[in-house]
Design a protein around this ligand. Sequence first.
Ligand code: SAH
Length: 405
Amino acid sequence: MAIAGEITLKPGKERSLLRRHPWIYDTAVARVKGSPAAGATVAVRSHEGKWLAWAAYSPDSTLRARCWSFIESDSIDADWLAARVREAVARRRHLEPASDALRLVFGEADGLPGLVADRYGEHLVVQFQAAGVEARREVLLDALLAATGCAGIYDRSDSAGRQREGLPPTHGPVRGAEPPSRIAIREHGRRFHVDVRAGHKTGFYIDQRDNRQRASTLAARAAGDRTAAEALNCFCYTGAFSVAMAAGGAASVLSIDSSAEALALAQENWALNALPTAAAQWQAANVFEALRALRAEGRGFDLIVLDPPKFASSHHHVDRAARAYKDINLGALRLLRPGGHLLTFSCSGAISVDLFQKIVAGAVIDAGVETQLLSRLAAGEDHPLRMTHPEGEYLKGLLLQRVPD
Ligand code: SAH
């Protein structure tokens, strides 16, 4: 695509670009030359006229442009885009033995701002979340098929982010074979059915792969330490942590989610892994209330997973979200047996790693239990964080162990 215009930044606003931060807000722009269409490539210049970057223009978004490249000799054409896709796919190849559900392209982290491409077996699911990648949709779809050899691509560009870019939601098959209603994937030897049409995100929480493996290992250890290790999975969605803990050796798993559809697929996944029906308990409930009820019943657990939805959608909601995180962590810690482990997560980008740790520490104090932080947890390697783009960090977690009484 030809260069369609030029934007000049206000004095001082070049600083973040010189640090290769890829985002330009509307408030940083002094002038626009030409009338670039949505997604068109623009040259970005400092107030003094110095070339800084090639960027995709997004006239309807406060995030007015996202940088493709900080190299002036680059030309943002089909070959350039296909090379970025090939590199992103190649960087994940070593993860294939662990799973055939992988995030192959993760937006800014892979130099393709706003593009998400997840592989589920032979099918790809994509999200075009910014004007730049939307304008190059066909080229990127071709490049994804060529780089992966997948049978088909399904579009799930129905997330809230598109609205902010002035783009309508799109949803449906876009290349090759349509995915079946359930795609069977494998993850660390376990199997899962994924509904890419109606599931959350692109269908599955791929980002928790390593943490589910961790939970499985902890379940195995708990099973070795006591006769019947009991696990609790809060916000279980389609049961991926539940299956991991049971396969690891948990004698029983109580899984809670407010969504009946998610629980139905979770039960399907339990059966798919040939786990004993009697070892599973499924509860359609609000976790906030369920944790209180479990305490009232005097229940205790050796291993607890808390993986709630995003409580803070932006920095405006941080205080309310902090109270919600505190509440569920307090509830979970009160159910944790001495020696037991808690894996607790936040996927709110607006809640920093430090703040999350402070919130959980507050819950520990209020619960009146002693715990040790054994490990900080994050998304898997297929969800890298570009160091020049800290906004890309969202999933954070803590592995705590209650100190034996
Ligand atoms: N841990 C899961 C992903 C969790 S997604 C995995 O590894 O696959 C968050 C889940 O929380 C969703 O399934 C959603 O239905 C559920 N949820 C949201 N609010 C809830 C609430 N208040 N109580 C119970 N479940 C809730």
